[in-house]
Design a protein around this ligand. Structure first.
Ligand SMILES: Cc1ncc(COP(=O)(O)O)c(C=O)c1O
Length: 462
């Protein structure tokens, strides 16, 4: 497949696409990408150019995995069948109404012999569904805040009044909703926008420490554990530039939380099914226990935006009689169930460890070592890899992205953690390579050779 091809789009479609670019707003800011997707299958995207060479088609390999959500690529037969079957026969009841699809999914994952019994022993956890990762983490925050209260009397449970602090990490990303803003320590993300009022008598404050620094973690707990309510962490920081904690860090964090009565919340929205295991909150092959785990993105198999909040049974929201329209509906459960079953039976998690080896070696040798003016470091695990840009390349990131697309590969850029405390170095924006689980080893090689070609184009144009 060559990256560029014949014009394939009609004038009226092109007109509509250009109009939609003016009509749609997003959070990215800056110039929208000068391409539009017209078709996709597997990890291949057919796009058209919207600026120079307008209408010309481009054949891209998707190294972003649909922003880390399309673990089975586009048009997967298993997903198509699940959607067809469930839309035909499963109904659309909401959260207060049990359904056979939900029952089958939850028994398979959380029953006595459930697939996830090692992480979430049967009978100890309960789950709810939400529309997106952000809403899932927001529900986790709600569970944390509610844990301070006696729900019947609506006042503090004994001893919880002084638990008024949440710990999060520098560079963290947890989502878009306003409740989550205080968990993000970057001024640019939060300035002037409302979060839970810290001065309210029931408010909480959020502290941030650098991610992955064991000394900073121990010092923080030694000084503050008595006022700590919860810790929120990504097991691998995504938006911060794919930052992995040192071995043993997550276990130490979980142990400190358990010893001090602090809730441990893992935001696995991004890492779910991407770290060479289903969950990244693990260590030397064994699960690290959490009080709440939130999963999303890949959970919806690229066709649904959905998330799941898995919490210890003692953690609840106050009962109001209101329903959540999207909570584990039958169609969602069918897609999740059949998609996950396929991931297990085809051993796509095992396959992702082979992809990991090929990606780690290829990105290091072919990008970081060959193009030191553009890239400084590669980091990653499973199908979640980052290649950090140099300061000079970071200032021209949109041009780099366009050159890569011209060479036939679609990637995303993460913000990077920026300035961190404790003498840790600045983390620049980072290219995220997170291809779907169905990617073949040959496709990984092709992605890397297109990244090389695109980087050559970029360096030539500098
Ligand atoms: C770690 C993490 N948490 C939460 C979110 C928010 O998920 P969503 O975009 O589905 O709301 C993301 C999305 O990038 C994420 O990476």
């Amino acid at each position: 497949m060559s990256p560029t091809g014949q014009r394939t789009i009609s004038g009226s479609n092109l007109h509509d696409i250009l109009l939609s670019q003016e009509t749609h707003f997003n959070h990215y800011g800056g110039k929208p990408l000068p391409f539009a997707c017209v078709r996709g299958h597997g990890i291949e995207i057919e796009a058209v150019r919207l600026t120079a060479g307008m209408g010309e088609s481009l054949h891209l390999l998707d190294a972003s995995g649909g922003y880390g959500s399309a673990c089975l690529g586009a048009g997967h037969e298993v997903v198509r069948r699940a959607l067809e079957r469930s839309t035909t026969e499963s109904g659309y009841v909401t959260d207060e109404f049990a359904s056979l699809e939900r029952a089958r999914l939850l028994a398979w994952l959380f029953g006595e012999d459930g697939l996830w019994r090692d992480h979430f022993p049967a009978g100890e956890y309960h789950v709810a569904g939400r529309n997106s990762g952000s809403e899932g983490v927001e529900l986790a925050l709600r569970l944390v805040l509610e844990s301070r209260f006696d729900h019947r009397r609506l006042r503090y449970r004994p001893g919880m009044e002084e638990r008024n602090t949440i710990l999060a990490f520098e560079g963290a990303w947890h989502g878009w909703t306003s409740g989550l803003l205080p968990l993000l320590n970057r001024r640019h993300y939060t300035m002037g926008l409302p979060g839970p009022a810290p001065l309210d008598q029931y408010g909480v404050r959020v502290d941030h420490i650098p991610f992955g620094d064991l000394t900073a973690l121990r010092d923080y707990f030694a000084a503050n554990a008595g006022r700590l309510l919860a810790v929120f962490t990504e097991p691998v920081q995504g938006d911060a530039g794919i930052l992995l904690p040192p071995p043993g860090y997550l276990r130490t964090l979980a142990d400190l939380c358990a010893a001090k009565g602090v809730l441990f919340v893992a935001d696995e929205v991004l890492t779910f099914a991407k770290s060479g295991a289903m969950f990244a909150t693990r260590d030397e092959g064994a699960p690290v226990p959490t009080d709440i785990t939130v999963i999303g993105k890949s959970l919806g198999m690229g066709v649904l935006s959905t998330s799941m909040v898995i919490a210890r049974r003692g953690l609840r929201v106050r009962q109001t009689g209101a329903v959540a329209t999207s909570d584990l509906r039958p169609i969602t459960c069918a897609v999740v169930h059949e998609g996950l079953r396929h991931i297990v039976t085809a051993d796509l998690i095992g396959h992702s460890r082979e992809l990991d080896a090929r990606l780690s070696a290829g990105l290091r040798a072919e990008l970081a070592e060959r193009f030191p003016d553009t890239y400084t470091e590669c980091r990653g695990v499973g199908v979640l890899h980052g290649v950090e840009l140099s300061a000079a390349a970071a200032s021209r990131a949109p041009a780099l992205r366009e050159c890569l697309a011209s060479a036939g590969v679609y990637v995303e850029f993460m913000a990077g953690a920026g300035r961190r405390s404790g003498g840790l170095r600045y983390i620049h924006p980072t290219m995220r390579i997170a291809p779907p689980l169905i990617t073949t080893l040959d496709q990984v090689d092709e992605i890397i050779s297109r990244l090389v070609e695109g980087t050559r184009l970029f360096e030539k144009s500098s």
